[in-house]
Design a protein around this ligand. Structure first.
Ligand SMILES: Nc1ncnc2c1ncn2[C@@H]1O[C@H](COP(=O)(O)OP(=O)(O)OP(=O)(O)O)[C@@H](O)[C@H]1O
Ligand SMILES: O=P(O)(O)OC[C@H]1O[C@H](OP(=O)(O)OP(=O)(O)O)[C@H](O)[C@@H]1O
Length: 331
């Protein structure tokens, strides 16, 4: 089937084609009942039950497609969104400096808007230097070689650092050219210092294992990141964007909460309700047994053990914890 000719009328939704965010993104799509079959080697898949087509792209390229409005929705990391924004800003600056202007309507349509934090893929983009080397603080790296895949964020970061260092020296002068050399690397950035390519690097850190194994330490954070749902400024079908956002929000809430049910004497109800206030309020039903009520309430998964301890202390009995398959619980 010639898929490209079946895209008419479908909202395009970009999903990472590989890497750290792929599996969690696919799990979210499944939870949101977005049904598709991806033919092997094809980067486009038509969704069977909604007027959507999924486009599988490298996570780092998704903000470009969404930012230019070619694709309406995307899942990627905030780090890649920030890198794209820095690239656009740098392009605008260069155009302005060379006297070229961008058509106003074209410029107004640029950019990605964050719809929802997806709660996975947490990491930090950090400035790293050899653990036992001569560089201690970020300004020690001014004028040195920096290896990174995030060239625009690194340029922005060191540009700011240089301007701060230059305060007083260049009063009223034209902004200076960046003295720090940003070297673009596409992977294994952590090897750059040991191999003499760079004095420091700007790279992602999650557990810190890679950084430690490479004999590096972090001296600053450029951006903190997690996976996000992003949309273009003028999506082709805003109603579908809202529907997808609402479904995904429901899946995330379901993953984050459990349903806690218990029985408690009426006189202990107010103490118990304070422990399990729920998202809006706990649901309370009368029990056949005089003086007792049954309570059910959503509780954050990570707090459930402590909540059960506290409920037991106020006399709650028959405490049950149930997982939530999906929800449309509101914000
Ligand atoms: N160690 C990590 N822990 C958590 N999230 C990460 C980590 N590394 C990257 N990410 C997130 O996942 C996104 C995609 O990174 P990943 O390296 O998996 O992509 P990729 O498309 O396979 O790229 P590459 O081929 O350059 O490795 C990053 O932009 C970041 O948001
Ligand atoms: O702090 P950690 O948990 O060790 O994770 C950090 C590493 O993960 C990413 O690399 P990835 O594994 O995607 O490979 P890459 O170097 O080829 O980009 C990142 O670039 C770091 O190297």
């Amino acid at each position: 089937m010639d898929l490209v000719n079946h895209l008419e009328g479908r909202l395009l939704f970009a999903v990472p084609k590989k890497g750290r965010l792929l599996q969690a993104a696919l799990d979210l799509l499944q939870g949101a009942d977005i049904q598709f079959r991806r033919e092997s080697r094809l980067d486009i898949a038509l969704v069977k039950n909604l007027p959507i087509a999924l486009v599988f792209l490298p996570a780092a390229d998704i903000p470009t497609f969404v930012g230019e409005g070619r694709v309406s929705l995307g899942i990627t990391g905030q780090d890649t969104v920030a890198e794209h924004a820095a690239a656009v800003e740098s392009m605008r600056r260069e155009r302005a400096e060379s006297g070229k202007s961008t058509p106003v309507e074209e410029e107004a349509a640029w950019g990605c808007e964050e719809v929802l934090d997806l709660g996975f893929g947490s990491c930090k983009l950090q400035v790293q230097v050899p653990e036992k080397g001569e560089y201690v603080k970020p300004s020690d790296l001014i004028g040195k070689n920096i290896g990174t895949s995030f060239v625009h964020l690194a340029e922005e970061y060191f540009g700011k650092l240089e301007r701060e260092a230059d305060v007083g020296e260049s009063n009223g002068e034209k902004p200076r050219k960046l003295r720090t050399k940003i070297i673009e690397l596409s992977g294994s950035v952590e090897a750059a210092c040991a191999l003499g390519v760079a004095d420091g690097i700007v790279d992602l850190v999650e557990s810190g294992e890679t950084m430690k194994a490479a004999g590096l330490k972090a001296i600053d954070t450029v951006v903190s990141s997690s996976a996000v749902l992003i949309q273009s400024k003028n999506p082709s079908n805003p109603a579908i964007v809202n529907l997808i956002a609402s479904r995904i929000r429901g899946v995330i809430t379901a993953q984050k909460y459990v349903l806690c049910q218990y029985n408690v004497r009426r006189e202990s109800l107010s103490a118990a309700a304070k422990i399990t206030p729920g998202k809006r309020a706990p649901t309370i039903n009368a029990l056949e047994e005089e003086g007792w009520v049954a309570v059910s309430s959503m509780v954050e998964k990570k707090k459930i053990a402590v909540v059960m301890d506290e409920l037991t202390e106020v006399g709650a009995q028959d405490i049950l914890v149930l997982s939530i398959a999906n929800t449309r619980a509101g914000n």
